[in-house]
Design a protein around this ligand. Structure first.
Ligand code: MSP
Length: 512
């Protein structure tokens, strides 16, 4: 049986879910639905990252104990994802006991193997990033992310011998060119690995931070951030059972934004090597969303909330827009006017009108009752069926390549073709000729097949719409089994429902 293990980053609980985090969720949810529908065994993981200075500070600001604070926010996060309808299989929290244990076991293992050592370290530390910077990494003496001057810090800590795995990792990437995708990000990681990567500081003394996971071999210290959070990808499976780990780990595909490329592309695989575990299959890296050309930020007040979008245009339309508007791996810009244009053109007109038209004709001419097909199909009927077969083939390739915009393009090309078929076959004119009504019944039968197939193809992307189409066609959920072939699904006499507006048009102000 084919399998896939999909993961999102674990979200920090000091910010609300927004377009950036929702984007990774939409991508992974779409893939999970796509592969499940094909009968693959799928495990889809998300969760929250809850340790570290930033969270401890946010809790203190809220006047709360960090555990109570993270319980609350993690629950909110989960509730938002649930109301967006994301079908994750497991939600992990870095404060979950099994995860804490798993991190400690891994630390012990790597320590015993001699790849964790104790040393004095002095350097420039950015509290915002919770890490030390080298002079070279700073921009004009400041942290490039926070634009603040780092603090000189001197302390004794535990270090992971990351440098030891630099060469093996480079070899692995050379032998598996699609280990990190798209290629530009692989090249970035290769460039990092061509410079000395050094070792990684993995602890904080409890005198400075208590909100972390205690180092099992030295209770004066905690580990946090990467040596904690990254391990979730393994601990979530181990929590299910060793068998789940054996089954799914070889099929692991991580999805992340480009800002966390180094931890996932360098720290994580070297940690896995040190722990004697196999590496993940793919690291899939996406770009950043801006809003109307600007960085999304609380202070600019331009943060796009998935729940507000759901309220405004519906979750399916939001999913459609972000997947259709962006190219995986590249940055994208969220513009209200593009959203409205795509919504009206692709969803309200192309898809929505087609479905209404087909169901309205079926209702008007045959009281909703599906008519028989003759054995001899017209050329245009065959072309219509083949057009969908082609779309399905194209879809497969695009999904494997994470080209979601192309996958949607392929489906919409078949929808366009269907609209042209309606114009070409003109059932509304034929119906006026009583002798041609048999042919009208056939045309509508083919159109109902088209609507059914559209429902099946769009279901990973627009799951609610797919369900609405099934309800309108009065048919059950398709199973992962080989779908019934075109022309053999609807039994003549089956009754479909009257049309309904799926995507009400968004009225825009007239130009000028
Ligand atoms: N907690 C770490 C990840 C640990 S993974 C073991 C983290 N959390 S985060 O909440 O700051 O970011 C979560 C994800 O949101 C990251 O993949 C990040 O790239 C993504 N995004 C944050 N802002 C974004 C945009 N504006 N656009 C696209 N994705 C963005 O990092």
């Amino acid at each position: 049986m084919e399998r896939i293990y999909l993961t999102t980053p674990l979200y920090y609980v000091n910010a609300e879910p927004h377009l950036g985090s929702a984007y990774t969720m939409i991508i992974t949810d779409t893939l999970a639905r796509y592969y499940r529908a094909r009968g693959w065994e799928t495990f889809y993981l998300t969760g929250t990252d809850e340790h570290g200075d930033k969270i401890a500070q946010a809790a203190a600001q809220a006047g709360m104990d960090p555990k109570v604070f993270t319980d609350e926010i993690s629950t909110t996060f989960r509730a938002v994802w649930d109301s967006c309808g994301f079908t994750y299989d497991h939600f992990i929290r870095t404060t979950d006991e099994y995860h804490v244990r798993s991190v400690q076991q891994l630390l012990d293992k790597i320590h015993e193997a001699g790849d964790i050592y104790f040393d004095r370290y002095a350097g420039l530390y950015c509290f915002g990033c919770e890490r030390f910077y080298t002079e070279k990494e700073l921009a004009g003496g400041k942290c490039p992310d926070h634009l603040t001057e780092p603090t000189w810090l001197e302390e004794e800590n535990y270090f992971f011998r990351m440098g030891k795995y630099q060469e093996p990792l480079l070899h692995h990437i050379e032998a598996h060119p699609d280990f990190i995708r798209p290629e530009g990000f692989k090249n970035e990681v290769v460039a990092m690995l061509r410079e000395p990567i050094g070792d990684l500081c993995i602890s904080r003394p409890k005198s400075r931070l208590t909100w972390g996971i205690e180092i099992p071999f030295d209770k004066r210290y905690v580990t946090y951030v990467w040596f904690d959070a990254l391990i979730n990808y393994v601990s979530a499976l181990k929590y299910k059972a060793e068998e789940a780990f054996q089954k799914f780990w070889p099929e692991a595909q991580h999805f992340i934004g480009k800002d966390i490329l180094k931890p996932h592309g360098v720290f994580w695989p070297t940690m896995l090597m040190a722990a004697g575990l196999p590496l993940y299959k793919h690291l899939n890296v996406h770009g950043f969303w801006t809003v109307e050309g600007q960085k999304m930020s609380k202070s600019l007040g331009n943060v796009i909330s998935p729940l507000v979008m759901k309220e405004k245009i519906g979750m399916d339309a939001f999913r459609y827009f972000v997947l259709r508007e962006s190219v995986f791996g590249q940055d994208a810009d969220f513009r209200e006017e593009n959203l409205t244009a795509r919504y009206n053109a692709d969803l309200a007109n192309n898809l929505g009108n087609l479905v209404s038209r087909v169901l309205a004709m079926e209702q008007k001419y045959f009281a909703g009752v599906v008519q028989p097909l003759s054995t001899a199909w017209a050329k245009e009927d065959l072309e219509l069926k083949n057009r969908f077969r082609q779309a399905e083939e194209e879809l497969k390739g695009h999904m494997a390549e994470l080209q979601f915009h192309r996958a949607l393009e392929a489906i919409w090309a078949a929808i366009d073709h269907t609209n042209r078929y309606v114009v070409q076959t003109a059932p509304f004119s034929l119906y006026k000729d009583a002798g041609k009504r048999g042919r009208v019944g056939e045309i509508l039968h083919h159109l109902l097949e088209a609507v059914r197939t559209i429902g099946r193809l769009i279901s990973p992307f627009l799951p609610e719409t797919a369900e609405e189409l099934e309800a309108l066609l009065n048919i059950p959920r398709p199973t992962a089994k080989q779908p019934s072939s075109w022309g053999q699904f609807f039994v003549p006499g089956h009754k479909v429902r009257p049309p309904k507006v799926l995507f009400p048009r968004i009225e825009t102000a007239p130009d000028g």
